[in-house]
Design a protein around this ligand. Structure first.
Ligand code: B1M
Length: 213
């Protein structure tokens, strides 16, 4: 592997968000193509983060730091990726459901998905079913991801899926759900396509749902 990409991958793993943009820029200046910087530098680091998190060798605060480093590097890389016409592995519309203001976990899922090569359209928190519908119409995503942290707002996930059905949009997207009170049985009950117990599981699931996992 190119030495700068190796440094970049380590920098993501170590959550060094100050160094990441400089290393991305250095790789670009060295003539490395943007997709290679993403796949062979940043995603390699983020995959290692995922592996360590799964093994219990890394915890949420460290994953958040790595996700921040990924974000800061992507600030530099994203315009280059777009202008070089790179096809990402899929598009995710992500949001916290109506009535729910918790967004830390949802942000982490978004960052991991971005790290895995998805374009993420983040609607934010407290999003009505109509907001998801409008976003599906506008952005034509492969996936809709919903997060809920309250037992009282979980049911909004089911309402959103129903609204997607009523709008005739359910067949064109996969739906994944997550958040502390959510589990697989609930996901099955409301007719979601999958449940992610944490951010890494969420991005793994997203990859599987688009056939890239
Ligand atoms: Co609130 N809150 N909160 N809160 N809050 C909880 C969730 C609570 C468990 C605390 C408690 O009582 N022990 C409790 C919920 C009880 C319940 O319903 N079962 C609670 C409550 C009651 C409330 C209020 C009602 C309090 C009040 O006002 N009386 C109020 C509700 C406001 C509202 O939403 N309408 C409220 C408000 C808030 C703050 C705004 C102050 C703040 C949120 C700030 C923010 O998010 N920007 C807050 C916080 C921070 C928490 C706790 C402390 C931390 C949540 C968090 O960020 N965890 C939380 C208690 C706790 O969890 N210890 C609590 C870290 C985050 C990384 O984990 O979000 O679980 P998590 O996400 C994980 C997974 O769940 C998964 O991956 C993530 C990363 O591993 N995941 C997905 C999440 N979404 C996913 C989507 C996927 C896949 C995986 O696919 C799409």
């Amino acid at each position: 592997m190119n030495e700068t990409l190796e440094k970049l991958s380590t920098c993501i793993l170590e959550g060094d968000s100050e160094a990441a943009p400089g290393l991305v820029q250095q790789a670009l200046d060295d003539g490395v193509v943007p997709k290679t910087i993403l796949d062979e530098g940043m995603v390699v680091g983020m995959n290692e983060v995922g592996d360590r998190f799964r093994r219990g060798d890394m915890f949420v605060p460290e994953v958040l730091m790595s996700a921040d480093a990924m974000q800061s590097g992507l600030e530099i890389l994203r315009p280059e990726l777009v202008s070089s016409g790179v096809k990402l592995i899929g598009k995710v519309v992500l949001g916290t459901v109506q009535g729910d203001l918790h967004d830390i976990g949802k942000n982490l899922v978004g960052m991991m998905c971005e790290g895995a090569g998805f374009e993420v359209i983040d609607l934010g928190f407290n999003q009505k079913p109509e907001a998801f519908i409008d976003a599906v119409k506008e952005h034509q995503p492969d996936l809709v991801g919903m997060s809920a942290l309250l037992t009282t707002t979980m049911r909004a996930m089911g309402h959103t899926i129903k609204s997607l059905e009523e709008a005739g949009l359910r067949e064109q997207v996969k739906v994944m759900v997550g958040g502390a009170p959510v589990d697989q049985a609930f996901a099955d009950r409301i007719g979601a396509d999958g449940y992610g117990s944490n951010a890494v599981a969420g991005s793994d699931l997203a990859k599987r749902l688009v056939g890239a996992g």
